[in-house]
Design a binder for this molecule. Structure first.
Ligand code: TYM
Length: 330
């Protein structure tokens, strides 16, 4: 059976980008067609300055939101990364497989490191080695497919390189995984700054729609989205990124094809209104279900406990095999 693995970091409140780029497919497709594992990658959240209580809270909230969005524990495995020690065990072998140079070439590292330094802070070593842990997350499970947004492409390429290199050096141990991307919504951009991706850890929040935003907040953010002064609704990602992003979001939420949808509008105002309502409708059932689940923490705990147990059982033999292959005893 096809094995799928993907994850989300509890570094901030989950966004419309997380939903359209990744979560929605996990819910609607992946859990139905494959043996799918989904992970709240809390260890990754420690690669930047963090507040322990906040990470704890966001980890829970992310897991609750994944269930609220429709992950079904009877169909897939949902767990928290730090509860399955195989991830860290294997990440060390990945650090012994990767080179310093290939880690430093990661765009996400360069961007986050530049941001930390601009604030006068230092960069945690784990930010540099982040992709080794991510590769371990994926490779520990014999994963075939990794459903992600477009921003993860470089990390996935590195994961593949590490799998191939490890197999060549030590014998066939890992499946070489491939990334899969959604047809629309692979790169949802910030509403205020449509040349950067909508991200959960941005300091400014006016351009980010959070899954738990109230409908009024969603409307306000979408209606204030940056467009341009051309006034005409056409789909041109390079020249008109703000308008193109709105059309992408509309297509992802309400169906249709962005360039086609553009033909139906003569003003930005009308487009924004439809986008706002489409987003509100997509988020409505998720918010409702989240409120119900948040009132039942015992249920969420049970799901995560069972998920971690299953994940451990799946990862252990492959990680043990990798340890033996490199000359360690396991
Ligand atoms: P993270 O937590 O940043 O995002 C989780 C998922 O959401 C997607 N995504 C987006 N898609 C479209 N538009 C956006 N604006 C947008 N923002 C986020 C991401 O592509 C991702 O699929 N490194 C990963 C977490 C991770 C992981 C893994 C993923 C750790 N180990 C193993 C897959 C497999 C990350 O930072 O995702």
């Amino acid at each position: 059976r096809v094995r799928i693995f993907s994850g989300v970091q509890p570094t901030g409140h989950l966004t419309l980008g997380n939903y359209l780029g990744a979560m929605r497919r996990w819910v609607e497709e992946d859990q139905h067609r494959a043996d799918a594992l989904f992970c709240v990658v809390d260890l990754h959240a420690l690669t930047v300055e963090h507040d322990p209580a906040r990470v704890r809270r966001l980890t829970r909230q992310a897991a609750t939101l994944l269930l609220a969005a429709g992950l079904d524990p009877a169909r897939c495995t949902l767990f928290v990364q730090s509860q399955v020690h195989e991830h860290v065990r294997l990440s060390y072998l990945m650090e012994c497989t990767a080179s310093d140079g290939e880690m430093r070439r990661m765009v996400q590292f360069k961007e986050k490191a530049a941001r930390a330094e601009a604030r006068g802070g230092s960069v945690r070593l784990s930010l540099l080695t982040y992709p080794a842990l991510m590769a371990a997350d994926i490779l520990a499970y014999g994963t075939h497919e990794v459903p992600v947004g477009a921003d993860q492409a470089q990390h996935l390429e590195l994961t593949r390189d590490l799998a191939v290199r490890f197999n060549q050096r030590y014998g066939a141990t890992f499946v070489v995984p491939k990334a899969t991307y959604p047809a629309v919504g692979a790169r949802v951009m910030d509403l205020q700054e449509p040349t950067s991706k909508m991200g959960k850890s941005h300091a400014a929040t006016a351009g980010t729609v959070y899954l738990l935003d109230e409908p009024e907040a969603v409307r306000k953010k979408v209606l204030r989205a940056v467009t341009d002064t051309a006034g005409e609704v056409v789909y041109e990602r390079e020249e008109r990124p703000g308008v193109a992003n709105l059309l992408d979001v509309l297509a992802a939420c309400a169906g249709g094809e962005p360039a086609r949808l553009a033909e139906g509008y003569t003003s930005y105002g009308a487009l924004k209104k439809d986008v706002a309502e489409a987003v509100v409708e997509v988020l409505r059932p998720v918010r409702k279900r989240h409120a119900e689940l948040a009132a039942d923490p015992g249920y969420v705990d049970g799901v995560l406990r069972a998920g971690a147990e299953r994940a451990r059982g799946l990862a252990r033999p492959r990680v043990d095999a990798a340890y033996r292959a490199v000359g360690l005893s396991a």
